[in-house]
Design a protein around this ligand. Sequence first.
Ligand SMILES: *Cc1c(COP(=O)(O)O)cnc(C)c1O
Length: 329
Amino acid sequence: MNQLPKIPLGHFPTPINALPRISERLEGPQIFVKRDDQTGLAFGGNKTRKLEYLVADAKAHGAHTLITAGAIQSNHCRQTAAAAARYGFECILVLTGKPPKTLSGNLLLDHLLGAEIKWSDVDQRDVILERTFQSAKEDGRKPYLIPYGGSNPLGASAYTYAFGELREQILSGKSPLSNDPDWIVFATSSGGTQAGLVTGARYHNFRGKVLGISVDEAAETLQKRVAGIANDVSKQLELDISISWEEIRVNDDYLGEGYAMAGDLEADAIRLFARLEGLLLDPVYTGRAVGGMIDLIRSGFFSKEETVLFWHTGGTPGLFVDKYQSLYL
Ligand SMILES: *Cc1c(COP(=O)(O)O)cnc(C)c1O
């Protein structure tokens, strides 16, 4: 496999923990967690891995300013702002929505990390992003555009390497997982994480299955997007792998009221993990994915003999967003 240039941003390998009390309570498969909520960059999360490659590319291009876009409470934007600070870039974030009256969660951290924020309506986002990029360029700020969710083939490659990290942990005998898990389950949205993981799974002849729980998109839309990115990742890393969209596993049964609209599914999952394992999930991504996983366990989707690795993708600053305050109590 091709080794792409990267700059260090996080703490790797992230730990793997067993979740015995959750596993016992749910009377289902043995559950483990891969702690990418602990990647170490300003509260961590899955975007840290992608940014190690994306920011290396920005440096190689002589950029001075990182520009990216996301939702108000974007974890990707917060980690990009932190990566920019760490390597002396300026950072401009295009956030969709209206500036709220109070700052909380990731938005508070964006400000703390020194990012400049531009607001945009959802349907205007690409226009505003392009305008922001052009004007930064004209002002001599040498901008570099990081895509939504960091999910281009370069960013997604990070999760192909992450699969190698998982394999090494399993083979080392020092992690609680002594074999490939039967399932890897995680929250999927812009698709880069899943694209990287499925490419890594194929490259490493993984014997389990990779299942993304969608937080906002219809399964088929995501399957096609993930396969597209995965095939580009494979080219980028010079792997001879081709992946069809039908073999990408996405579950879209848990979209509820829509993106970032947490309800009982998320709240129950967050409380259960907090109170049985002292493990924090987030209301937008991992709460929804674990809520879905719990529902799948209760409905007998996984067998009791199986092992499931929940790949925790972070997002925990979302716990402190004012609109969710009453949710977990
Ligand atoms: C961005 C994000 C995801 C989704 O990852 P994609 O690569 O965009 O599919 C999942 N969980 C959290 C916490 C995230 O911030």
